[in-house]
Design a protein around this ligand. Structure first.
Ligand code: G3H
Length: 248
């Protein structure tokens, strides 16, 4: 089955009412490749206005994180049912900034992913190694450990898109080479084949994230196992449209 190209924009904790509106206007006025699924993840406070102002139905909205608890006394959290009530059907989970700065473990991320997907919210599930782990040859081991924790919780993989984001490439301008990225993507696909099923391996989109720009996206998008991107910094700029259109 052909996998639909997917481009996510992670605004992180950036933006203002007016700058976010400008990004949405830019997407509304752009000609986007109709064969690309696009999802943008503004900070939680802007989710609803962004969803309401988006005219292009091809572009969906994602949260950057969500709780694995039902509604209740969890100050500062947002629930899966609140996302759905707001027409938000996607969330990012396990971003390396959540894992490292907010100490989310593989198990926490897996539990949140289970709760979201079981309750109808699709997940851009992130994984990736640090520079130290890469330099000591542990890249695949780290990713396999992250995937194994996920596998323990998940039976339905159809609501999961995997984003491979080497931590050393995030926000640094140091993009992984197409060969480095393709190598890890192919190993993730191989892992899915061996540990889950041929079908999940064939159908799951694997995105690359880490200093993706309008300059490097075309080359990366040609690789067999790169099914799209999770874009940080460049998703705040007009060049995000060029990244969405990288296959054209
Ligand atoms: O979620 C996005 C990634 O962390 C990549 O961020 O494109 O700014 O390097 P970046």
């Amino acid at each position: 089955m052909a996998r639909k190209f997917f481009v996510g924009g992670n605004f992180k904790m950036n933006g203002t009412v007016s700058s976010v509106k400008e990004i949405v206007n830019n997407l509304n006025n752009a000609q986007l490749d109709p064969n690309v699924e696009t999802v943008i993840a503004p900070p939680a406070i802007y989710l609803l206005p962004v969803r309401e102002h988006l005219k292009n139905k091809q572009v969906e909205v994602a949260a950057q994180n969500v709780s694995d608890k039902p509604n209740g006394a969890f100050t500062g959290e947002i629930s899966v049912s609140q996302l759905k009530d707001s027409g938000v059907h996607w969330t990012i989970l396990g971003h390396s900034e959540r894992r490292t700065i907010f100490t989310e473990t593989d198990e926490t991320v897996a539990s949140k992913t289970k709760y979201a997907t079981d309750n109808g919210v699709s997940v851009i599930w992130c994984c990736g190694e640090s520079l130290e782990e890469r330099e000591s040859g542990k890249t695949l081991e780290v990713i396999a450990k992250q995937l194994s924790a996920l596998k323990k919780e998940i039976s339905d993989w159809s609501k999961i898109v995997i984003a491979y984001e080497p931590i050393w490439a995030i926000g640094t301008g140091k993009v992984a080479s197409t060969q480095q990225a393709q190598e890890v993507h192919a190993s993730i696909r191989q892992w899915l084949k061996k540990e889950v099923s041929d079908k999940v391996s064939d159908e799951t989109r694997i995105l690359y994230g880490g200093s993706v720009s309008e300059k490097n996206c075309k080359e990366l998008s040609k690789e067999a196992d790169i099914d799209g991107f999770l874009v940080g910094g460049a998703s705040l700029k007009p060049a995000f449209v060029d990244i969405i259109n990288s296959k054209l």
